[in-house]
Design a protein around this ligand. Structure first.
Ligand code: AGP
Length: 616
């Protein structure tokens, strides 16, 4: 949710911190703030609204030179998004400044305690208590900020990443994490902390993934990691594979447009190197033994939002190729319903960010019940892959636009690879059958490219329907999650009512929504797949049309049967049934993006949303 960045070194901290915030703004954009230490004093600027407001303030009221600084971009949880609630927060004596991501669950109790001690709080945030607690703890720990931070962390409940600076220790940053993301970037004569590597990849690719309940102390030359008790702690070092340009717009007006256009490459990269010399699928990070894989009796996919839709698509492939029962569950519901999970269950957590709290909690719940956990993730150094038994990374590169696009396609590809691997190990498919599917997958970047070459018609449609009050999406089989995804994109970007339905459900209620002029987007299955599905959706198109709907039909090249019933026809290339979501989703992404643009909305940073939802 919030974006956090900290710098200690010998360059101008403010420039580096603001640049880092620019790259992290997708995580939250309700307010932004920075603090630096200069001449033994803390100086801070913060402002409600987007980072641009803070930058304007810094232009009017510049901060002095400093080589140590912190910055924050907020997605509000406790307290309105105003200047006072913006981070950093200062201790009463203005000696300590902190930035925070997460929710301190016992903050009310801690705040009452502080008030009883005569401490004045100024904001409505849970975060501010950490600043006051740190300032109070400092004398007890002989002014040692790291020791004070550990002591404070031992008292906090919930999820937090905290970064603190102390006016009396100007060459030091201290950060801590529990349940919220934090990575360290190691430079030469400079070090960084951030919510994700995008903040510092322009400066270093040497990164450290911190573990749960760890505190890191950074000076310009050293990085020291301990647990909350002060014992030296283990951490993983890794090299960031993204380069700085991957997190920039690269000539596009919007990150979303860039990311839509990157889909062929993202799919290709996710497939790269998965087949070995013997022609067998080889998933390097799949740390599950063959015995463990053979013992799996059930697959449970947990995910949220777009990743959940990818999981819904995956279910069709997993059950078809492996014959293992597969359930797909919204991560936010999973652990609250006493799910039946045991050591023969494989829990697959799908998450672009690897930090979604609901998905993390579902994963942990599965592991507590004895299940093996596999993460499908796009972000190195994130918590979900670190806490999983096995990992399959999607190689989509950084996804900055809040609306997920390339992550969705690569998540589908990754789940398909997992399904094929399970089928290979368990002998459900022959090697040549698996290779045939991998070949089909390898053709997908070209197929997606073809879709991207023909999006002008979809843009025109978006402009034509920009004033619609509601858009409905229907699909069958793998087209059903695509319909849900199309509707989600429209809701989050165009702020309009949009619903996705299984086309077969129409007659059980949703058809009552159809009235003259309602646009209905129909994701048509291939007539060459299960023709019965095709026949049925053609009937569904007729049913909605008979009631006045305007149909926008997404159908493959050569499908002539739908032509008489399509008010508007969007063609996608002919691909095998299970590959269809990879092509039919793309026009829906473009439709939503264009619709939001026409309406004048901020496409990359839609209202009320944040890219990475690190609170439950
Ligand atoms: C969709 O466009 C959203 N960005 C959202 O639904 C997202 O997919 C969801 O929050 C899950 O995020 P994750 O993949 O990072 O876990």
């Amino acid at each position: 949710m919030c974006g956090i960045v900290g710098y200690v070194g010998s360059k101008q901290a403010l420039e580096i911190v603001v640049e880092g915030l620019r790259r992290l703004e997708y995580r939250g954009y309700d307010s932004a703030g920075v603090a630096v230490i200069t001449g033994g004093e803390l100086e801070m600027r913060k402002k409600a609204g987007k980072l641009a407001n803070l930058e304007a303030l810094l232009g009017e009221d510049p901060l002095p030179d400093s080589t140590t600084g912190i910055g924050h971009t907020r997605w509000a949880t406790h307290g309105a998004p105003n200047d006072i609630n913006a981070h950093p927060h200062l201790s009463g004596d203005a000696r300590v400044a902190i930035i925070h991501n997460g929710i301190i669950e016992n903050f009310a109790e801690l705040r009452d305690e502080l008030i009883a001690m005569g401490v004045e709080t100024v904001s409505e945030t849970d975060s501010e208590v950490a600043a006051h607690l740190l300032a109070l703890a400092l004398p007890e720990w002989d002014g040692d900020l790291a020791a004070a931070m550990r002591a404070v962390c031992r008292r906090l409940e919930g999820a937090f990443t905290l970064v603190a600076i102390d006016a009396d220790a100007p060459d030091l940053l201290v950060a801590a994490r529990r349940n919220s993301p934090l990575v360290v970037g190691r430079g030469k004569g400079e070090n960084f902390v951030a919510s994700d590597v995008a903040a510092f990849i322009a400066h270093t690719r040497d990164a450290i993934e911190l573990g749960q309940d760890q505190v890191v102390v950074l000076t310009k030359d050293d990085v020291l990691v301990t647990d909350f008790e002060g014992n030296p702690a283990d951490y993983n070092e890794f090299e960031v594979t993204w380069d700085a340009s991957a997190a920039e717009k690269g000539g596009f007006d919007l990150f979303m447009l860039k990311e839509i256009s990157e889909q062929p490459r993202a799919v290709a990269d996710t497939l790269l190197g998965r087949i070995n010399r013997q022609g067998l699928l080889q998933l390097d990070d799949m740390r599950l033994s063959l015995e463990e894989i053979r013992a799996i009796e059930k697959v449970v996919i947990v995910a949220c939002g777009t990743a959940y839709h990818a999981g819904m698509v995956a279910k069709y492939a997993i059950e078809h190729w492996t014959r293992i029962p597969c359930e797909v569950e919204l991560a936010s519901e999973f652990r609250y319903r006493d799910p039946i999970v045991d050591s023969r269950t494989l829990v697959i957590a799908i998450s672009q960010s690897g930090e979604t709290m609901d998905t993390l909690m579902a994963l942990r719940h599965g592991r507590q019940q004895g299940a093996k956990a596999l993460a499908i993730c796009n972000t190195q150094g994130a918590t979900i892959p670190r806490e999983s038994d096995a990992v399959l990374y999607t190689y989509a590169g950084p996804e900055i636009a809040v609306a997920s696009t390339k992550a969705f396609l690569t998540q589908i590809v990754a789940t398909y690879l997992v399904a094929l691997y399970l089928a290979q190990v368990r002998g459900h498919m022959f090697g040549d059958e698996i290779r045939a599917v991998v070949d089909e997958l390898s053709n997908m970047p070209n197929a997606v490219d073809l879709v991207l070459d023909t999006t002008e018609g979809v843009r025109e449609l978006a402009r034509e329907f920009a004033d619609a009050t509601s858009v409905l999406f229907i699909g069958r089989h793998v087209g059903f999650p695509v319909a849900l995804e199309g509707a989600l994109k429209l809701k989050e970007l165009a702020y309009m009512h949009a619903e996705g339905f299984a086309a077969g459900e129409l007659k059980h209620g949703p058809i009552a929504l159809i009235e003259s002029g309602v646009p209905v987007v129909v994701v048509v299955p291939s007539p060459r797949g299960r023709s019965v599905l095709h026949e049925k959706i053609v009937s569904n198109i007729q049913e909605v049309r008979a009631r006045g709907a305007i149909t926008i039909v997404i159908a493959e090249e050569g499908d002539e049967l739908v032509v008489p019933y399509a008010d508007h026809l969007v063609r996608v290339p002919e691909v095998p049934t299970l590959m269809q979501p990879l092509v039919s989703t793309v026009p829906l992404q473009v439709f939503a993006c264009e619709m939001a643009t026409v309406k004048g909305h901020d496409v990359d940073q839609p209202r009320n949303l944040a890219k990475s939802v690190t609170v439950e």
